[in-house]
Design a protein around this ligand. Structure first.
Ligand code: ADP
Ligand code: ADP
Length: 227
């Protein structure tokens, strides 16, 4: 599904945020990227979403190179790969009703039914659509973001610290929801977090990053066995 080959990103000023990162994510995988602050996770997320360009190296998405495509040819990726961010409020327009947020990527007839379906899929009450983001709790707002991300029927969810801003009490609920949705909709999940325990909760494969490199990569049980 995703293939990353010798990816490097050096910022102006000389910081080598990624120093030759390679990995593959097969369809259906729940792939975790874990590392301390500054290890290069956000840089990697931006490159995978084609929001930034590598200094060198390659990224292919379903066998198509995306690292060198102009924005106008990235339409397929903007649908097929959806992002879920750390701060749900930051990615929700406070002036829009929830149903309009979720329906934004939808076209044509049947939008209302699809919104109802998505609200149900993420465990929000059916009447949520008529309300505004600020009327919801942090965990519920993340559910709204997830519903919005699912609307275009992506094949990949790229979740960047999706529970790090949430109360500890709701984290497990959101992780369980992601786990459930990934199975139900046959998604590939790329899950980025500084928190090992969170990655372990949802991922089957883990890459551990340190200073711009992958220092461990393998099945979640094996990586966690390491002393
Ligand atoms: P993480 O998400 O793991 O905290 P980042 O990808 O944000 O890691 O950062 C990796 C390194 O790149 C850090 O040293 C950070 O300071 C630097 N960095 C990140 N973004 C930029 C930028 N836009 N310009 C310059 N340096 C950056
Ligand atoms: P455009 O890219 O032309 O501004 P879109 O409909 O693609 O319009 O996106 C509208 C908003 O939806 C974006 O500003 C962004 O916040 C969000 N969005 C778009 N694509 C994605 C994506 N792949 N993952 C997460 N959010 C997205």
């Amino acid at each position: 599904m995703i293939e990353v080959t010798d990816l490097r990103r050096t910022y102006r000023g000389g910081t080598e945020a990624l120093r030759g990162v390679s990995f593959q994510v097969e369809a259906g995988r729940r792939f975790g990227v874990v590392g301390e602050s500054g290890s290069g996770k956000s840089t990697l997320v931006r490159l995978l979403a084609a929001l930034d360009r590598p200094t060198s190296g390659r990224i292919t998405f379903r066998d198509r190179r995306i690292d060198d495509l102009p924005e106008r040819r990235l339409g397929f990726l903007r649908e097929e790969l959806q992002l879920v961010f750390q701060d749900p409020m930051g990615s929700l327009d406070p002036r829009m009703k929830v149903r309009d947020i979720i329906a934004e990527p939808l076209r044509g007839a049947g939008r209302a039914e699809r919104v109802a379906e998505l609200l149900d899929a993420v465990g929000l009450p059916a009447d949520s659509g008529a309300r505004y983001p600020h009327q919801f709790s942090g965990g519920q707002r993340q559910r709204i973001c997830i519903a919005r991300a699912l609307a275009p029927r992506p094949s990949v969810l790229l979740a960047d610290e999706p529970v790090s801003a949430l109360d500890v009490s709701v984290r497990a609920q959101i992780l369980d929801l992601l786990d459930d949705l990934v199975r139900r909709f046959d998604l590939t999940l790329v899950f980025v977090s500084h928190d090992l325990s969170v990655v372990r909760h949802v991922c089957d494969t883990v890459a551990v990053m340190r200073r711009g490199e992958i220092v461990e990569l393998g099945p979640v049980e094996r990586v966690y066995e390491q002393p």
